[in-house]
Design a protein around this ligand. Sequence first.
Ligand SMILES: Nc1nc2c(ncn2[C@@H]2O[C@H](COP(=O)(O)OP(=O)(O)OP(=O)(O)O)[C@@H](O)[C@H]2O)c(=O)[nH]1
Ligand SMILES: [Mg+2]
Ligand SMILES: [Zn+2]
Length: 224
Amino acid sequence: MTTKKQLYVLQDILGTNQKVASEIRAACIERGVLVLNLMSSPGAGKTTLLEKLAERFRDAHRMAVIEGDIETERDAERIRAKGVPAWQITTGGACHLEARMIARVLPEVSPDIDFLFIENVGNLVCPASYDLGERLRVVLLSSPEGDDKPKKYPKAFLTAQVLVITKSDLLPHLPFDVERVKKEALELNPALRIFVISALTGEGLDDLAAFLLESSRELRSAHA
Ligand SMILES: Nc1nc2c(ncn2[C@@H]2O[C@H](COP(=O)(O)OP(=O)(O)OP(=O)(O)O)[C@@H](O)[C@H]2O)c(=O)[nH]1
Ligand SMILES: [Mg+2]
Ligand SMILES: [Zn+2]
């Protein structure tokens, strides 16, 4: 049972998080930096997608990455290997990122970038409750996880603007119904933009990259 005191503490944590997130959002919009918060179960393909985007945007569009993991610097090292600046936040056990963790790193991130990707801790549950000051929340669902997930883990799908169904190259081997996922995700959140991609074959990456560039242009023209 949740007691009144527990409820107040939770409200206070989320209230403070929201305040910090709002400050991050305002600062990044002011700088013309499009902030994206990537969330998914462990292994859905967040870092691999960022590696592919780093290859595509090379020279033409500047990006930086903040990596969230419970332990290790591994994901940040993968991103740096692509020539993109990356900061690793290790939560030491916590299963999601909070806005204050981003606020601590932000002063080190060049304001002179187009995209700031935040890769959340692999977890489809509580990251959805923490605004990080992103403009776009992106939820990834990989085909091996199963097509029943949006309705079972609704908050991530409800609060995201973008759904990326990953590992489409595996679809021929799996009983994963893409249309079911699209239908159920849109029932939860009719405004979701949905992309189906494979980092392996490159399927869908053109469309996703074009959408990201358009979103960046939109942000810059709205706040020029
Ligand atoms: N077949 C296939 N495998 C993929 C694809 N994208 C990623 N993978 C593989 O999936 C595994 C996990 O990918 P990551 O990018 O590390 O996943 P992640 O979401 O960053 O994982 P965490 O940071 O641990 O939550 C790796 O073995 C990738 O090579 C894809 O499009 N197709
Ligand atoms: Mg990763
Ligand atoms: Zn958590």
